[in-house]
Design a protein around this ligand. Structure first.
Ligand SMILES: Cc1ncc(COP(=O)(O)O)c(C=O)c1O
Length: 440
């Protein structure tokens, strides 16, 4: 028998042999080598927001490939790359001054960490090195971004030492408060804790990185009121606020970016995934005027480089994606907002009385179905049971993901493509309903 040589992400050496061989994709569907079709309820890995076989993206990529496939940005510039930077600045907020292109979400966060520390070093704030992060957050798998990540620690075991000086703040989440909306009592406690810890650390705090909706930790939106207080504290204490919009950016939550919903202008915005609908590896970091001015005065370079940063072919795919998101007054992004509510209400209606369904959470097409062992105990569903459900859903033609965050949530999570129709949403809900009903 032929040896299986691919070492798949997050897998042990033997994982992968049993994986389905996906050979084609169209819109929200992927097909395996046995001819079976699945609804990709994860949009690839949360990135293929405009779906498979998007002709406008494919054509733009092809045109750019024919024009020039690579430009060394250390020596030259290129109009496609410049055009994308201008486009992103237009989409982001008025304080953004520069865009640095990266290849992944992890790299974007890596760079954000470097910028935070260098900014304070240039200002002579040598005591400011620490970076605040929120429990359960994920910012990537490179050393810096993994050090910033605060998810289940067993996955980190054996890889240390990590980067020092990340400070974990409590996750503003409470299992008693459903739909990710905290009661005013819970919110008061969370904000009080935030203020207290911030006050203790503020002189050493250089930056604060947040995942506005905790993704792999269970689709938990950080409360607007909490973020408003955090943003104010950051501004008052010269703490660089970073929004990690790698998963949430480019329309995923029904707005182009979540900071728009929060009416906060972060100092740095990290992007990737949906930036070019996942067609090619790409990320970006947006940097505001405040940071730009410090680098400008010092005349120091920003030491960061990866050979493929700002590849024009990846940028062309991003321009084609953004063009479609912007079309007709952002009709597609509005559709995500509207249909996200529709999906949530359909799931609520169909699953509300199911004994294992505790809650439905999320914004736009980023959603979690929170499961428990039973409604009487409200104990989160055991990991093996959750994995079995996700496997059953796959057998029934719907690809989803298991999110097991001990003590916090055990959830099925979904990231639907923006081009899904209302009937297809009903089909998704039907598959989930049928699969879960068979459990009881
Ligand atoms: C919020 C967030 N940040 C960063 C990352 C890392 O991005 P990448 O996998 O492209 O390195 C992810 C990936 O899931 C993410 O969800």
């Amino acid at each position: 028998m032929k040896k299986y040589r691919v070492w798949h992400p997050l897998g042990t050496v033997s994982v992968g042999q049993e994986h389905l061989n996906i050979i084609s994709g169209d819109r929200i569907y992927v097909q395996d080598s046995n001819g079976k079709t699945y609804i990709d309820g994860l949009c690839g890995l949360w990135n293929m927001s405009l779906g498979y076989n998007n002709k406008k993206i494919i054509n733009k990529i092809t045109e750019q490939l024919m024009e020039i496939p690579y430009v060394n940005l250390c020596e030259f510039t290129n109009s496609t790359v410049q055009e994308l930077a201008n486009k992103l600045i237009y989409l982001l907020h008025r304080d953004i001054e520069k865009i640095y292109f990266t290849c992944t979400g992890s790299e974007s966060n890596e760079l954000a960490i470097k910028i935070i520390r260098k900014y304070h070093a240039l200002k002579g704030n040598y005591g400011k090195k620490k970076i605040g992060v929120i429990a359960s957050s994920y910012h990537g798998s490179y050393y810096g971004s993994l050090s910033a990540s605060q998810f289940e620690s067993k996955n980190k075991s054996g890889y240390g030492p990590f980067l020092d000086d990340f400070i974990t703040f409590d996750l503003p989440f409470c299992r008693c408060c459903k739909s990710g909306v905290l009661s005013s009592e819970c919110l008061d406690v969370m904000i009080k804790n935030l203020k207290k810890q911030f006050e203790e650390e503020k002189d050493m705090l250089a930056g604060f990185i947040i995942e506005p909706i905790i993704g792999s930790g269970g689709i938990i939106p950080l409360p607007y009121e909490y973020l408003t207080v955090l943003s104010k504290l950051c501004t008052e204490n010269d703490v660089i606020l970073v929004y990690d919009e790698v998963a949430t950016g480019f329309g995923r939550t029904g707005k182009m970016f979540t900071f728009e919903k929060h009416k906060i202008n972060p100092d740095i915005v990290c992007m990737s995934k949906g930036i070019n609908s996942g067609y090619l590896p790409m990320g970006a970091v947006a940097i505001n005027k405040k940071i730009y001015e410090v680098f400008k005065v010092s005349s120091e370079a920003l030491f960061h480089l990866s050979t493929q940063n700002g590849n024009p072919v990846c940028c062309a795919a991003a321009l084609a994606t953004i063009e479609q998101l912007e079309e007709d007054d952002r009709a597609l992004v509005c559709y995500v907002e509207k249909m996200g509510e529709f999906l949530k209400s359909q799931l609520m209606e169909s699953l509300m009385y199911h004994p294992n369904v505790y809650d439905i959470r999320g914004e736009g097409f980023m959603l979690a179905i929170d499961l428990v062992e039973s409604k009487f105990s409200n104990e989160i569903l055991q990991q093996n049971n959750l994995l079995a459900i996700v496997q059953m859903l796959k057998r029934n033609g719907l690809v989803t993901e298991a999110c097991y965050n001990p003590g916090t949530t055990s959830s099925i999570i979904m990231f639907l493509a923006f081009i899904i129709t209302q009937d297809e949403i009903k089909n998704v809900v039907n598959i989930i309903k049928k699969t879960l009903t068979r459990l009881t």
